[in-house]
Every structure is written in structure tokens, then in C-alpha cells.
Ligand binder design. Sequence first.
Ligand code: NDP
Ligand code: 8X3
Length: 250
Amino acid sequence: MTQKTVFITGATAGIGAATARRFAREGWKVIGTGRRSERLEGLAGELVGAFHPVRLDMRSVPDIAAAVNGLPEGFRDVDLLINNAGLAPPLDTVQDSALEPSLQAIETNVTGLVALTRKLLPGLIERRGAVINLSSVAASYPYRGGAVYGGTKAFVRQFSLDLRADLHGTGVRVTSIEPGMIETEFTLVRNGGDQAASDALYAGMNPMTAEDTADILYWVATLPPHVNVNALELMPTNQSFAGFAVAREG
Ligand code: NDP
Ligand code: 8X3
């Protein structure tokens, strides 16, 4: 069997790092990206020979093109793209929010994802490959302070479904993965590095783990080529739904 290659964005932490380890363990070649080079080098040291590190800020479209053009022999033929890099701005309402963190989330979660997907699609079409995009339950269920994050993830979900339509007949599979709470660095980042706030959110509720998610991504990727998971929503058992908010006048 030919060894396959997966390109995983945001491999320096959380879901991306666990997924890089999972695919490497299964014999895949892994290209992993992120801004933190020391973490990329750490993974390269751990997954000797199977991991190609690419320092990349997803907010730079020219850097995305250069990263793909610069892939070395042996890592050029990407079979699977996992668009995982992403973040949420703080849980502020739009009216009370700063603009910069919102723009950062939009550029990372949306602009970078579109630019990278577009760049890798010719090869993915040639190899009848696959694209898996990390959306979120925030794409479908609104919550206070989640407008920009939820908006970016709704884009990711809809982009995935429409991309399937564009790729009709090519054999390329596209999936939107829509998880709820997974304990990673996600909440630490959202709260500006406040570890106590992150610990408090996940305390006692048994969140999903990055490894749970990596298992699901691997399962989706290795289903028979005639089976396409369009969208997959996941939650920890202890997370469910809240009701509508009602404001009373007077
Ligand atoms: P982490 O914060 O643990 O990891 C995020 C990854 O994204 C890091 O590797 C980070 O790398 C990378 N990243 C962030 N910004 C950039 C950027 N500008 N350029 C390049 N890489 C970037 O979070 P998760 O693993 O939880 O999140 C992964 C994905 O899963 C995200 O898209 C998130 O929205 C989604 N998700 C997460 C859920 C959760 O509850 N954790 C639930 C639903 C979806 P670096 O900082 O080194 O650049
Ligand atoms: C993040 C999922 O449930 O923490 O994408 O808002 S949740």
C-alpha cells in the first residue's frame, strides 16, 4: 500500500498535535503547521521521519502559497488536508468587543482556510483525496459572546458543504467536523492565557479530549472512498443545550 500524506494545520497544540501523532502512528506522512517553531521541532523529533514541520501563520496568504510551493520531495503529494488551525476571540459581546481579536479569528479561521484549500485542491483532485474542516457546534447554536467565532465556524460548515458541490464527480471527499467542548489550549487562548478560567470551564464535566477527536478524524479519513461524511456533530455527554434568553421590560 502506498504511504499517504496528510497536511494538518495547527499541529502545535490540542487537536492538531494529537491528530499528527495518530496519523503518524498509522503510517502516514504528516505535514504539520503552526506559528510556534519549537513545538513543531518537538513533534519532528518525536515522529522521526514521518513529520515535516512548516512554520506558518495562517493569516498570511502569500506565506500559505510559499509553504505549499516549498514542500520537499516525499511530502509534496498531499492526499488529505485537515483544516484545523483556529481560535476564538474573547467571549465579549460584539458591542463591547475589540476589533483586532475578531479580525484575527476571521483571518485565521476563514481567510487562511480558504486560501490553503484553494492552493492544495489541484493535487487533491488529481489524487482523489479529501478535505476535513474543523467547524464547531458554535456554527449551529448561538451563545452570548460567540458571534464572531460562531460566524467563522458557520462559514466553515457552509464552505465545506458547498465545496462538496464544486467537487462533484472528482472523487474528492469533504467533511465538516462540528465538536463541542474539547479540553485543549482553546479556552486558554480565548481567555488571554488565564489557566484558572480554562480549568474552571472544564472542571467536573468530563470534556472530550484531543485524542478522542483525533480518533474520529482518522475514522472519517479512512472510511471507504465511496463513503463521504458530510457533517459530523459531537459533544461530550455532559454538554447539551440551553433555552432561549428572554428580556423583560419594565
Ligand atoms: P488549540 O488552541 O489547542 O490549538 C489551536 C491550533 O491552531 C494551534 O496549533 C495554533 O498554533 C493554531 N493556530 C492558531 N492561530 C494560528 C495562526 N494564525 N496561524 C497558524 N496556526 C494557528 O485549540 P484546539 O486544538 O481545540 O482547536 C483546533 C480547532 O478545533 C480550531 O479550529 C477550533 O476552533 C476547533 N474546535 C475546538 C473545540 C474545542 O472545544 N477545543 C471545539 C470545536 C472546534 P500556533 O499558536 O502555534 O500558531
Ligand atoms: C468550541 C466549542 O462548545 O466550547 O468550538 O463553544 S464550545
